[in-house]
Write a protein that binds this ligand. Structure first.
Ligand SMILES: Cc1cc2nc3c(=O)[nH]c(=O)nc-3n(C[C@H](O)[C@H](O)[C@H](O)COP(=O)(O)OP(=O)(O)OC[C@H]3O[C@@H](n4cnc5c(N)ncnc54)[C@H](O)[C@@H]3O)c2cc1C
Length: 306
């Protein structure tokens, strides 16, 4: 390729997301000095927190057969898919115009907790998104009435990492989620299973629930629930924390004004700066980070950029 150089007049904003922002920092010489030297990358700033503190929401779905029709009945048959696609294309109506999760809850699974520790999702359709093999199967609703409930820990305590494996920018970084590394996170797995099953067994849902299909009523003990979670759980795509904000350069990557510690004229503005993952979905909080960053940049700028 051709090497090109671009110079910024004011400052550089890095907003490549929680996976690629730490990767780009490390490739550029901002990261753990020992790691960078391993790949012969000149160290601009020895910043050991880059790529650390990866957090994410890890969820599992519980599948139920229903006694009454659900969206499966509309979306599983081929003709139903065609009808739904036409309704959406012609009038922006029908099942494809709806959010996939029709109900949800943030709740405390234990009375001593002061804030919700579980996020529950309810979906009037059942389908699998986790499949073996290198390619994800397209979501296809089950060919019978069904629904699903999912849950994840709101504030996981486990911390993973994202680091470069090479100085080649085209090589993907190593992502180590390190999920379920703390007792608290494991306990929430047990609690989540109990809560989901309690909801399914309570009126009015109990009246329309025929049976729990997966993991199935046989999976009741804590070890079984955990083994099932480890086997089937997946990310809900909320990685963050890999360029965490904080005052201490040894434990954080950007300062409270989102400026990279030890580097002038460089900010990170994306979900990677979250010191702790938010309880809910990340899109809105990330937009809030961007809005705040815009204010900070204007405050810090000495005047209009020529
Ligand atoms: C499948 C999926 C579903 C989701 N659903 C929801 C949801 O329902 N609700 C919700 O709140 N959140 C949801 N999220 C999470 C939400 O989208 C993210 O948390 C949010 O987009 C994070 O914003 P960001 O700016 O940090 O990163 P991103 O939105 O990922 O933006 C980073 C950008 O940088 C670009 N980039 C990366 N590397 C380079 C490079 N080297 N050069 C140039 N450009 C680069 C990327 O292409 C991307 O456009 C979902 C995420 C996914 C993946």
């Amino acid at each position: 390729g051709v090497r090109r150089q671009a110079n910024a007049r004011a400052e550089v904003l890095l907003a490549a997301g929680a996976v690629n922002s730490p990767q780009l920092l490390e490739l550029s010489g901002v990261g753990d000095g020992a790691l960078l030297r391993q790949f012969n990358i000149p160290v601009i700033a020895d910043s050991p927190a880059v790529g650390r503190a990866l957090q994410d929401h890890l969820a599992v779905s519980y599948f139920f057969r229903s006694r009454v029709p659900t969206l499966n009945d509309q979306l599983a048959p081929f003709l139903g898919k065609v009808r739904a696609a036409l309704r959406y294309a012609l009038g922006r109506r029908g099942p494809l115009a709806m959010s996939v999760n029709q109900a949800g809850a943030f709740l405390r699974s234990r009375s001593e907790l002061t804030r919700p520790n579980l996020h529950i999702y309810f979906n009037p359709a059942s389908y699998s998104t986790t499949t073996a093999g290198p390619r994800r199967r397209l979501m296809n609703p089950d060919p019978y009435p069904g629904f699903l409930m999912s849950y994840n820990t709101c504030r996981p305590m486990s911390r993973g990492s994202i680091h470069i494996r090479s100085s080649d920018p085209l090589m993907s970084p190593a992502i180590v989620p390190n999920s379920l590394a703390t007792d608290a996170d494991v306990r929430d797995v047990y609690d989540g299973a109990r809560v989901v099953r309690r909801i399914a067994a309570a009126a009015p849902l109990a009246e329309v629930t025929e049976a729990e299909r997966e993991p199935g009523p046989g999976m009741q003990s804590d070890p079984d629930v955990l083994a099932d979670f480890r086997r089937r759980a997946g990310t809900v795509f909320h990685p963050c924390g890999t360029c965490a904000m904080g005052a201490d350069p040894r434990t954080s990557v950007v300062d409270p004004r989102l400026r990279v510690h030890g580097v002038t004229g460089l900010r990170v503005v994306d979900a990677s700066i979250f010191p702790n993952i938010t309880s809910g979905n990340l899109n809105c909080p990330t937009i809030m980070v961007a809005e705040k960053a815009a204010d900070l940049i204007l405050e810090d700028s000495s005047g209009p950029v020529a």
